[in-house]
Design a protein around this ligand. Structure first.
Ligand SMILES: NC(=O)c1ccc[n+]([C@@H]2O[C@H](COP(=O)([O-])OP(=O)(O)OC[C@H]3O[C@@H](n4cnc5c(N)ncnc54)[C@H](OP(=O)(O)O)[C@@H]3O)[C@@H](O)[C@H]2O)c1
Length: 247
């Protein structure tokens, strides 16, 4: 079948939790070996038990060049990469004029994704597919998250031209921008429990479904974007947001 999705080797960063963990699970279920990087093993422990040698976890920080070099070295021993998802991300509330907050979040969300791709570039298979992770908030606003949103917006801008530059190398690059998704990232914003509950209520009211996305729902779109089924899609940003940005 033309659209059959059987990657041999995939790489996911930020794989220990949330969306990255769901993508890793889906890739393993599709029969791909996965090299996963994050600072902690987190939820990957369960997948290591279930999938054994198919999953190779490498502790590492995407802001550290030496860690990305170790990632490339590990990947080099396993073969060529069919699918790459540089998903590692952080979100921190800060004043919109606090440029240090932008630097911190860009280091992971933007430079981290670009350096991951750069480190693995020579290991990408012909017809490899790469999916960056953006955010629905670029189409909206969220007081306190200007630096976070800007880090993702800059990555998106770079993604579009990079997608053109990668075509001669046989690599297809796109982005998926999740909407509000039920993952631990919300608990790391810097809000107390009461404020977080109030944000969740406000967000829920704007969602067409009335509820946050499950990480699996985002992972399914990322998997399709990685697959041959999306072979005609280049440099696009797909928003998966339970309708949040329609209101
Ligand atoms: N959840 C949402 O509503 C939402 C909406 C839009 C976009 N996103 C984006 O989706 C992506 C995944 O987020 P999530 O919601 O799944 O959050 P999450 O559950 O907090 O997962 C974030 C992942 O990134 C890893 N990570 C963070 N900093 C890292 C670093 N310096 N080096 C390596 N790994 C690092 C974390 O692992 P360790 O801590 O173990 O390193 C974790 O595995 C992010 O890019 C986020 O911006 C999320």
């Amino acid at each position: 079948m033309h659209n059959e999705f059987k990657p041999n080797l995939s790489v996911v960063t930020g794989a220990s939790s949330g969306i990255g963990l769901a993508v890793t699970r889906r890739l393993l279920e599709s029969g791909s070996k996965v090299v996963a990087m994050s600072r902690q093993i987190g939820g990957l422990g369960e997948l290591v038990e279930r999938f054994g040698d198919m999953l190779s976890w490498l502790p590492g920080d995407v802001t550290r060049v030496a860690d990305l070099a170790r990632l490339a070295q590990r990947v080099g021993t396993l073969g060529q990469v069919d699918c790459l998802v540089p998903n590692a991300g952080i979100a921190q509330l800060a004043d919109g004029l606090d440029l240090a907050a932008f630097d911190r979040q860009w280091a992971v969300n933007g430079a981290g994704a670009l350096n991951t791709l750069s480190s693995l570039r020579k290991h990408l298979a012909p017809e490899a597919s790469v999916v960056f992770i953006g955010t629905f908030l670029e189409q909206a606003t969220f007081a306190g998250l200007a630096a976070y949103i800007a880090s993702k917006a800059a990555l998106r801008a770079q993604m579009r031209t990079l997608a053109v530059e990668l075509v001669p190398h046989g690599v297809r690059l796109n982005m998926v921008s999740p909407g509000p998704t039920a993952t631990p990232i919300w608990g790391t914003l810097g809000l107390d429990e009461q404020a977080l509950g109030s944000v969740a209520n406000t967000v829920n009211q704007r969602l067409l479904t009335g509820q946050f996305l499950e990480p699996q729902a985002v992972a399914d779109v990322i998997l399709f974007q990685l697959s041959r089924g999306a072979r005609g899609v280049y440099g696009q940003d797909w928003i998966v947001d339970n309708g949040y940005t329609l209101r």
